[in-house]
Design a protein. Sequence first.
Length: 593
Amino acid sequence: MKQARSGPRLRFATRVLLLQLAVVAAVVLISAGTFAALTYQWLGEQAEARALSVARTVASSEDVRHETAALAAGPESALTPASLAGGPLQQYAEAVRVRTDALYVLVTDDAGLRLAHPNPALLGQMVSTDPSVALGGGEVTSQEHGTLGRSVRAKVPVFAPGSDSVVVGEVGVGFSTDDLLAGLLRNLPPVALVAGLSLALGALASAIMGARLRKLTLGLEPEEISGLAQDQEAVLRGVDEGVIGVSEAGTITVFNDGARRLLAPESKGAFGGLPLATSGLPAFLADAAAAAGASSDSPGSRASGASGDGYGPAEHVLDGRVVIVTARPVRLGASGRGLGRVIMVRDRTEVQALTRQLDAVNALGTALRAQRHEFANRLHTVAGLLDIGRPTEARGYIGEIMAGGPLQYPARDLALLTDPYLEAFIGAKSIEAHERGVEVRIGAETLVRGHITDPQDVTAVLGNLMDNAISAAVAGASENKWVEVELLDELTGSGGTLHLVVADSGDGLQVPSPGSQASEAIFAAGYSTAPSPGGPDVASGQGVGLALIRHLARRRGGDVWVADDGSPQTHGAVFCARLPGVLAPLHTSKENP
């Protein structure tokens, strides 16, 4: 539907122009930034190569090698600014610096003490950056910040005279990074010129595009065109009925999905633009279009199902379906000029299906009310026996209901359990298993002498293991499907531990490889023992149950593990659990008799 405008907005052409300019500006800025970064990098590499060349030249000078070796061999106390400032190394280094326009030319001894430096006050002191690479016989280039500022520098070793391995010092040459920025700025005017031209071309292209769009859309804004399209889709696609528009000349102008589903489900072609009479659609549609708008005074029109302002509703049989067809004329405003016909087709079989579903719901509701009435009668009987002081008869009546009614549990040997929580829980699980064709039985060695003090943890662990076992038994190849649960207690003075064993008749665990390490994989979060076409669904609970109950058991000091992986030839997997602190001796029970 069309949305009301909250205030004045820019026209589409203006927005296109601004967007185009923004895109061009962003591209230009990104391109200029990339160019500047690459140029700066290239200038830095050139400066490093130049510094390395100058440093190698200075370090290879025989005078520098002899003088550096002599100063390095002398006492450190002799390396004072006064003695070094007028020395040959300082004069040579300064001459090279001036000639090459370098920021500095530095010479040190094998300990890193300055023998030549542009600042005489720093002579004899330790260099500010690490000299270990050059003093170790290597060469290095970098961009670092020193006492004279940030510079592109190179460091090379100075070898002793007549030797290529004995290092007596280093030579460092640096060029200021300001020179790099100056070189970069010299390249920016051409980039700025290209950016300006790009913006101008983008503005011109946007203006031409806006004028062309206004001509094609008859001056309508995109929001208005979108509103018209939404209105048409809401009318034609938002209804289940078939809608067919026919012009005054009998040509199909509209044919929605509902009409295709009801009238031509096997057809893949387009019906728009075809004459209705020769389109291959049922003939009663052409009759309905012709009869729409026929005079109500015509006896023939009334007989054919036409009315004074349309046709139908009339029923027609089509491929085993009963469809209801109506047709109405379409006129232009108050002038009454005819524009064509609109034919509506409705499937009556769907209405009949809804009626059958309603009947089924009513029948179900009647059955539930009958069951509620029967259950209420039983409760009234029990309440009456208790009111007159006959609890023994009430208990006996409840026992008869449980023995013969829906509360009878199908679990075998359930009487071995004396705890009410365990009996009720396993009994309820046995009903679910029985409906799936699985027999639940209690192991012969079951012995629970205490009563459950933490039913939540017990039912969480036992319930997960039983659910997995029932699913495995259902999916297993064995015809005799069963799940066996065995419970043992271990009572102590301060409480008791419950031991659980759950086995099934399934095909066993499908693990990557045999062994205990493979069995441990099923306890990882996300692993599911239940078969699922799309893998474990953690959001619905698959893949987290075993990991969760193991965490719960270990939090209490117990554990959950696989005792036997099982196999299709023997039996399914056997799971064991140990839950400390969930039992108490019967004599500590606080239950009233």
